[in-house]
Design a protein around this ligand. Structure first.
Ligand SMILES: *[C@@H]1O[C@H](CO)[C@@H](O)[C@H](O)[C@H]1NC(C)=O
Ligand SMILES: *[C@@H]1O[C@H](CO)[C@@H](O)[C@H](O)[C@H]1NC(C)=O
Ligand SMILES: *[C@@H]1O[C@H](CO)[C@@H](O)[C@H](O)[C@H]1NC(C)=O
Length: 298
């Protein structure tokens, strides 16, 4: 009993907030559903609004949702000929939008979320976890990053894009793969830390581009093995100095941390939601101050 009380004192529950979630692999993909379940179990008011089909690699495309084709939603998660948008019949918080990731995020922020929250908007937007990394230039074509940068730039909702290097697309009703569980645990940790840092959660026009290294049965198979590293989106060869961090004014490159170095790492870059590049030093500093309890040096 005593240890339970102590644990409660060390890890206070985050304040419960309204969160909108999108992705680009589709509303029925296991990574997104696993994080949805974790954020919901942590007490948050979360609503999923994500594409009916796989929309991987569709960047910032946006178009009015259309009736679902004869094949139905991905993984047979809705029947052929379903309406352009729809919800799970037993859980109205699970929604598909038969269009792009940005359109799904927009519909969630403007319509589905407020319908379930007495007219209120979300306080935070999360996207993913994407099946596959979105590091460096890949972010420019990623629908997962597109949805997060739309939320932060256009809708002015603080946003986080999560992507995990390991795993294949998996249906929501298949056994939950190990990588989905580890990535959801890591995403919950970062989200909780950010929420506990207080509003405003992020500087204006900033989104976080967060990538998780590979997970396997024998290595990096538990969230506790991972280190969170503050990074930048592009190499920064010709860029102005970054905020001073770990004794340097040049942050590590997220591609280096996730692909080249090896190890159980999470890269956390403060992205400019206007062009998906690295944001300026002053805004990086706000982010590193908020996340400093989580971040370590390489
Ligand atoms: C709909 O929600 C129910 C209850 O949460 C769940 O059992 C079912 O698998 C869901 N179906 C889809 C397609 O999301
Ligand atoms: C989506 O399509 C991409 C390539 O276009 C593929 O790599 C990925 O595995 C697909 N994802 C799903 C959920 O089918
Ligand atoms: C979050 O991650 C950090 C760094 O790995 C770890 O020390 C901490 O225990 C984790 N917190 C939770 C609640 O998982």
């Amino acid at each position: 009993m005593r240890s339970f009380i102590l644990l409660g004192a060390v890890l206070p529950f985050a304040q419960a907030i309204r969160i909108i979630q999108a992705n680009d692999d589709g509303w029925a993909e296991a990574n997104a559903r696993t994080l949805f379940n974790s954020l919901s179990a942590a007490g948050h008011d979360i609503v999923l609004s994500a594409p009916a089909e796989n929309q991987s690699g569709t960047g910032s495309s946006d178009a009015a949702p259309k009736q679902v084709d004869a094949d139905g939603c991905e993984f047979s998660s809705c029947p052929g000929g379903s309406p352009p948008t729809g919800a799970n019949s037993s859980d109205p918080r699970l929604n598909y939008v038969n269009s792009f990731p940005v359109t799904s995020m927009k519909n969630g922020i403007d319509v589905t979320g407020p319908n379930l929250w007495n007219g209120a908007k979300p306080e935070l937007a999360v996207s993913g976890p994407n099946v596959g990394s979105n590091v460096g230039p890949t972010g420019l074509i990623s629908g997962t990053v597109g949805a997060a940068s739309y939320a932060a730039h256009t809708a002015k909702i603080p946003a986080i894009a999560f992507s995990g290097r390991s795993g294949d697309p998996t249906a929501w009703d298949a056994p939950t793969p190990l990588h989905s569980k580890v990535y959801a645990d890591l995403a919950l940790n970062l989200t909780t830390t950010l929420i506990n840092s207080g509003a405003p959660y992020l500087p204006d026009d900033v989104f976080l581009n967060v990538n998780f290294a590979a997970v396997s049965d024998s290595s990096c198979n538990d969230a506790s093995q991972f280190k969170f590293i503050f990074t930048r989106v592009n190499t920064g060869l010709l860029s102005a100095p970054d905020t001073e961090w770990c004794g340097s004014t040049r942050l590590p490159w997220e591609v280096d941390v996730i692909y080249l170095r090896g190890g159980c790492h999470v890269s956390v870059s403060a992205g400019d939601a206007n062009d998906k590049s690295t944001t300026e030093a002053a805004k990086q500093k706000v982010v590193s101050d908020k996340l400093k309890s989580l971040l370590t040096c390489l």
